[in-house]
Structures are given as structure tokens and as C-alpha cells.
Design a protein around this ligand. Sequence first.
Ligand SMILES: Nc1ncnc2c1ncn2[C@@H]1O[C@H](COP(=O)(O)OP(=O)(O)O)[C@@H](O)[C@H]1O
Ligand SMILES: [Mg+2]
Length: 333
Amino acid sequence: MATRQLHILLLFDLSKKISPDEYPELLKTEGWKDDAQLVNSLKRLGHKVRLFGLYDEIEPLMKELTENRPDMVFNLSEAAHNDRRFEPHIVALLELLGIKYTGAGPDALMISKDKGLSKKILAYHRVPVPKFVIASRSKPPRNLKRFQYPAFVKPLKLEASEGISQVSLASNEKDALERMRYIHEKLEADVIIEEFIDGRELYVGILGNERLTAFPPRELFFKEVPEGEPKFATYRAKWDDNYRERWGIDTGPAGRIPEELEEKIVETCKNAYRALGLKGYGRVDLRVKPNGEIYVIEVNPNPAIAKDDDFMMAAAKMGLDYDAVVARILNLA
Ligand SMILES: Nc1ncnc2c1ncn2[C@@H]1O[C@H](COP(=O)(O)OP(=O)(O)O)[C@@H](O)[C@H]1O
Ligand SMILES: [Mg+2]
């Protein structure tokens, strides 16, 4: 593989305005460890790295891109103006400027963010997804009588389990509508109501553009949650360390999966990745019922790639170390 030295701009988000002089200090903090790991890796790979934190001003980014035109942007940005709706716009800008970037393009970012639109496309491509109803604020359903319960009620376009709690699982129409209204009003967000898939939760990392490499599945475990209790990744289950510890919630290499089923899972995930037009790297989240039925829950372009994130842990299990994955992501761009 060619390893020409590249001038790389590492683009990331800021939730408030911070001067570039402060980046070195920022990168030393826990919340920025993935960025710091990446900077070090890019340097180890022999590249030149500049950093740019994007908050609410696009002009300084334009200035950086034109005055210090990089060979490539390593894109860790997920928002502009502190708003995730603008995630696709940032790479759209790079496209207009003819600057190469890592990961997914604007179309895949836009489609994947919408848990309804993406499921419509997946269903067209025969990728199995839960049954669903979209409940927008402008046109909320008056009843959900014919929906199959239990249902799972979640924001249509949010991420990181925002808006997902124990009451997201609704055992009847009344509870589903109540949760829908809560999300409409309190989070000011549209809603998707899905068939609740009771089963194992798996994450499959994928690397590639046309030819895809799937990593061995990771699994979300709930070791201390009693048998028979519903298990899913609420906001607390993702972000509250005490809560995670109490209920034994953690990811790890997937437990035993029959060979035939694993092949089917990998095929399904690759189909999902292709159907939504992902590039570079992605992670497909799915659930598998005890009878072996597979359901894609979510396709994540540009997933988290810190060393201890599922994507990198799964790559490591395949013998691809961190730098090797970073190099592959650059090559794919
Ligand atoms: N249809 C469903 N059936 C069962 N669990 C679900 C369903 N949809 C979401 N979940 C649970 O909620 C979590 C978050 O949902 P997801 O759609 O991945 O949103 P986010 O973008 O917030 O990660 C999932 O990891 C899973 O545990
Ligand atoms: Mg998810």
C-alpha cells in the first residue's frame, strides 16, 4: 500500500468555542482521548496533522481549508452549530471543495440518521428490520390499535440512546402514545415506533467501500439483569458507569453463534452497509431473536473508533491493530 506522506486535517466538533492554542491541553483530557489517539496514530503513520475544532463558525473552517488546503480531512465531526442535523452538510462542503475525506458521504450520513427513512430503504433491499410506524410531530397518529405490542418508542433522528429509557418499551397502545407525546413535547423530536425485538444485541464493524471486511460480532451483555427481564440500551445503560456496573452491562466479543447464523448475520450487515451507501467504515447494530431471526436496528456511518470502542476491539480480534485500521480508513478515502 502506498504510504505517501499526507497533510491531514483532523476535523472534530466543539460544544463551545475554544481557541486552537488550547487544543493540546484539551487532548489530554478523558473526553478527547479518541482524538488524541488518532493524532498520535496519524503521526506514527508518517503523516502531518493539523487540528480543527468546529463549533458555530463556518468561515474559519473555509479559511483553513483554502489557505492550508489539506490532502485529506479525517472526519470526526458530527455536528455544526451544535446541531447534528448539519453533520452531512460538512462533508457536502468538502465535496464542493474537492477535498478528500474519511468515512461516509453526505447522502449516507443523511439517510442513516433517519431511523425511518433508512429502514424503508433497507426493507426495499430485503434487509430485515422491525415493523415500524413514523410518528412525526406535524402528523402524529391518533391511535396505534393495529400495532403489535410490545412496541419500542424512540426518537426518529437522535443518537447515543438519547430519549431512550425503561418506558421506551410500551406494552400497549396507551403507553406507546404517552411516550410518543413525551418525546414530541419534551425533546421536540419526531418519533419512530418499532416492534420490540426481544433477543441478543450484536454490533458488527465493517471496513471497506466495495469489497467489505466484516469484523467478528460484539455483543451487549446484561449480566446482572434477571432472566426474563427486557434488555436494551437505555441512555443510562450507555453512559452511567454506576448503573452499568450494577446491572453488569458491557460489550464484549459475542457469545456462541452457530456458524450458519453468523454467516447470515455478516451477509445481512454487509447488505445493510451497501444499501445505505456507507463508505470507509461503519457499524451495524442488530438484534437476533432466540429463533435465529435477524433484525437490523441501526446502521452507523463513521462509528466511534477509540481503542476501547467496539469497532476497534473487534478489529483487534481479527488481528488488525489500531494503526492498521487508521491506515485502511485513509486508504479507503
Ligand atoms: N426495535 C427495537 N427492539 C428492541 N430494542 C431496541 C429497538 N430499537 C432500539 N432498541 C434498543 O435501544 C438502543 C438504542 O436504539 P438505536 O436505534 O440504536 O438508537 P441510538 O441511535 O440512540 O443508538 C438499541 O441499542 C437497543 O438496545
Ligand atoms: Mg444505536
